[in-house]
Design a binder for this molecule. Structure first.
Ligand code: SAH
Ligand code: SF4
Length: 357
């Protein structure tokens, strides 16, 4: 009999599957807070239960195949799944300076973990390597949460350290909404990783009807829209999905999306030289976002093997940002973390293929 991935089970499911039910809480704590790698290490469980669990379940859906460390401290993981497919995740440590009660400057690292939701992707954006590699399958909830667990374990990140989760790795999370929403629940479980849903961001290429469904689930997660273009003609060229869900439908779905009053919807805008980087695009973007509590994140296009686009100049990038800021739109530039380790989505996966070939 094939073993079940125990990380695929919500705490409720686990408490229904084992007797007595209160053991589910203990098992969750061993898995997600004490980072054990075997059932034998679950010391407060009776031996018989340890053996029974070992028969039915496994707890290691992922294996680390490769780690690339960037000069800026970000770390990219390539994981192998049980069926030998691979996915990638990135740990992004961000140094922050704070002033403590005595007025001393203290440095504090905040962690963001970027995770994958599918092997490949059906959406097929022309600028994206994951899109080019086609679609293989959805990840299960446990395969999603395990990426965070493995990275926390591998970096000895204390169980109670806050981390942010962004679904910005491989795949379209809203095309795998059932497993992604289950993963969100498992992440936020108080006996598990205890990551508040407000620290989890789901990024989508703009599947409007799925955005509505996500809104109805009212998980409390943040929403990021990969916009990348401000008119349908260009967006359609970059992202063929725009034929089915155009910009207007996305904006309507965003307006209806429930969001914490203190938070904003993030719009990601991948800036490509000579394609969408001039002031007329910035102007249209301001118009489009009128009346929406938005935050724009400009991303330098990261050229890859055989890509048709180029990185914009810093001057154009800054001018674009300035236009938005001058017109009252909150806007940051995402420093291309880990450019030297091919950190944009799908790139490590692709590199591995070329290295092996
Ligand atoms: N499928 C979802 C989830 C994340 S996709 C979505 O599209 O929103 C991964 C992210 O990587 C997207 O924001 C995409 O814009 C970005 N990306 C893809 N190719 C890139 C490249 N060559 N350079 C920089 N960012 C890239
Ligand atoms: Fe899929 Fe996102 Fe890549 Fe588009 S950018 S192909 S939606 S992973």
């Amino acid at each position: 009999m094939e073993q079940i991935n125990i990380l695929d089970l919500s705490k409720e499911e686990l408490s229904n599957a084992i007797k007595p039910a209160f053991r589910a809480k203990q098992i969750y704590q061993w898995l997600y807070q004490k980072y054990v790698t075997s059932f034998e290490e679950m010391k407060n469980l009776p031996k018989e239960l340890q053996l029974a669990l070992k028969k039915t379940y496994h707890l290691d859906p992922l294996r680390i195949v490769k780690i690339e460390v960037s000069k800026d401290g970000s770390k990219k993981y390539l994981f192998e799944l049980k069926d030998k497919n691979t996915v990638e995740s990135v740990l992004l440590p961000m140094k922050q300076e704070q002033v403590d009660e005595e007025g001393k400057r203290v440095h504090h690292t905040r962690y963001t973990i970027c995770i994958s939701s599918q092997v490949g992707c059906k959406i097929g954006c022309t600028f994206c390597l994951t899109g080019k590699s086609g679609f293989k399958r959805n990840l299960s909830a446990g395969e999603i949460t395990s990426q965070v667990l493995m990275i926390k374990r591998d970096n000895a990140i204390a169980e109670n350290r806050r981390v942010n989760i962004v679904f910005m790795g491989m795949g379209e999370p809203l095309d795998n909404l059932t497993n992604v929403s289950k993963a969100v629940h498992i992440f936020s479980d108080i006996d598990g990783l205890s990551i508040s849903t407000r620290r989890q961001t789901i990024s989508t290429s703009g599947l409007s009807s799925q955005i509505e469904k996500l809104g109805q689930l009212d998980l409390g997660v943040l929403l990021a829209i990969s916009l990348h273009a401000v008119d349908d003609t260009l967006r359609q060229k970059l992202m063929p999905i725009n034929k089915a869900y155009n910009i207007e439908s996305i904006m309507n779905a965003v307006r209806a999306f429930p969001i914490d009053a203190r938070k904003r919807v993030m719009f990601e805008y991948l800036v490509m030289k000579g394609i969408n980087d001039d002031q007329s695009n910035a102007k249209k973007l301001v118009k489009l976002l009128h009346g929406i509590k938005a935050k724009v994140n400009l991303i330098y296009f990261n050229p890859h093997h055989g890509s048709d686009f180029d990185r914009p100049s810093e001057k154009d990038m800054l001018a674009f940002q300035q236009y938005l800021v001058d017109h009252g739109v909150l806007c940051t530039i995402r420093q291309s973390k880990g450019i030297d380790i091919s950190a944009a989505c799908g790139q490590l996966h692709d590199k591995e293929k070329h290295d092996i070939a």
